[in-house]
Ligand binder design. Structure first.
Ligand code: UD1
Ligand code: UDP
Length: 381
């Protein structure tokens, strides 16, 4: 029987690979699926594994506090060598653009194992923006054999780089599959009530008639001044609008925790909370009026929930949302973040226009398509 090994390490990879893993497990009579986590993230990865009830076959447990890119790459590569030599899979499945994605592809290449890249072809064409993700995905695409491009644009990027068209499949993004799975479960009124109570008891957040602005921010290229500017913009929004609440689940990276807590603690209408499990986070996105973020995945999810999104980055590899009108790139300048947020709070027509745009990233069936393509590919290669 052919064997697929799915390798990942961080929260977003886990969310986006979970629907594929669950699908692959339903055809275990045809294809053997091994799950290996580098655990480049620990708590934030485990949150996702729990929600989707996925138990890894291998857990390389590499995360260290405030780890460097060298730490992740060296530790991960060494440990993966042993797993891959033991398992001898027919194909490795990786996702996205993290350092785990790249190092797993490199390990596969060294051992001449085929590589399938989920979410292939995203580009900003600026090698330091986002850093190191832009190079992680380009390098992964150099090494891959099978490309699951989420959009037409992603496929075009790959074609321009000379990738063989027969190896590229437009599938949509699996994050929409994950999102819809969770949204479906949350239609239940009891579950909604339970989630609301959880926010109230765990974080002392009450959902009254104040609008919620949901915030996330964690990008390496923004560490230092730019992240401080983002925080100053948020502070001004909160101070000038007592009829809103800002909720910011703060990423565990110490380079994020320190400035965020320094600038934004002790402001009445700002709640700094721990990273949320995916189930709670999706519910909170749904409850929000507006989302301010630098996250890749959230840019893809927000349009499905009808939430306008301000992207606090200078460049994005996800231009489709901006072209569709659901997202706006606002950079990291505090005044710009403030003024663009005010526009959406004050101008209902503008808000409605952004909230009604269609999601360009997928229809919730990406993991079906990927599973079928993989099955077919392995039968013929
Ligand atoms: C990583 C990815 C980034 C992705 C992001 C998603 C790289 C280089 N970066 O960035 O592409 O967008 O994940 O969130 O691949 N930490 C914990 N517990 C956790 C997770 C992180 O304590 O569960 C802390 C640790 O101190 C760790 C640090 O955060 O050393 C940084 O983690 P790392 O994976 O290197 O970088 P991220 O900023 O999380
Ligand atoms: N997310 C989550 N809990 C949080 C914040 C985000 O589950 O507290 C989810 C979010 O819905 C999205 C993914 O995590 O699916 C995005 O991860 P992140 O922002 O860490 O990484 P990126 O997408 O920028 O690589």
């Amino acid at each position: 029987m052919h064997k697929v090994i799915v390798i990942f390490g961080t929260r977003p990879e886990a969310i986006k690979l979970a629907p594929i893993i669950l699908k692959l497990k339903t055809i275990s009579n045809e294809l053997s699926t091994i799950v290996c986590v580098t655990a480049q993230h620990r708590e934030m990865l485990d949150q996702v594994l729990n929600i989707f009830e996925i138990e890894p076959d291998y857990d390389l447990n590499i995360m260290k506090d405030n780890q460097s890119l060298f730490d992740i790459t060296v530790e991960g590569l060494r440990k993966l060598e042993r797993v891959l030599k033991k398992e001898k899979p027919n194909i490795i499945l990786v996702q996205g653009d993290t350092t785990t994605t790249f190092l797993a592809s490199l390990a596969g290449y060294y051992l001449k194992i085929k590589i399938g890249h989920v979410e292939a072809g995203l580009r900003t064409k600026d090698k330091f923006n986002p850093f190191p993700e832009e190079m992680n995905r380009r390098l992964t695409d150099c090494l891959a054999d099978l490309y699951f491009a989420p959009t037409k644009r992603a496929k075009e990027n790959l074609l321009k780089e000379g990738v063989d068209e027969n190896k590229i499949f437009i599938t949509g993004n699996t994050v929409i599959d994950a999102l819809l799975m969770v949204v479906e479960k949350q239609k239940n009124k009891e579950i909604q009530k339970m989630l609301e109570q959880k926010f109230c008891s765990n974080y002392r957040i009450s959902f009254d008639n104040r609008k919620i602005i949901l915030v996330t921010g964690h990008r390496r290229e923004s560490f230092g001044k730019e992240l401080e500017n983002i925080c100053l913009g948020l502070k001004k929004i909160a101070k000038n609008n007592y009829d809103i609440q800002i909720i910011y689940p703060v990423h565990l990276n110490p380079n994020v925790q320190k400035p965020v807590r320094k600038i934004l603690s002790n402001i009445d209408n700002i709640h700094l909370i721990e990273p949320l499990d995916y189930f709670s986070f999706v519910w909170l996105m749904n409850k929000s009026y507006l989302i301010l973020t630098d996250s890749g995945g959230i840019q893809e999810e927000a349009p499905s929930l009808g939430k306008p999104i301000l992207v606090m980055r200078n460049k994005t590899e996800r231009p489709e949302g901006i072209e569709a009108g659901t997202a706006k790139l606002v950079g990291t300048d505090s005044e710009k973040i403030y003024s663009e947020t005010m526009r959406l709070l004050e101008n209902k027509t503008l808000y409605e226009k952004m909230a009604k745009a269609i999601n360009p990233y997928g229809d919730g069936k990406a993991s079906d398509r990927i599973t079928n393509i993989l099955r077919n590919y392995l039968a013929h290669n």
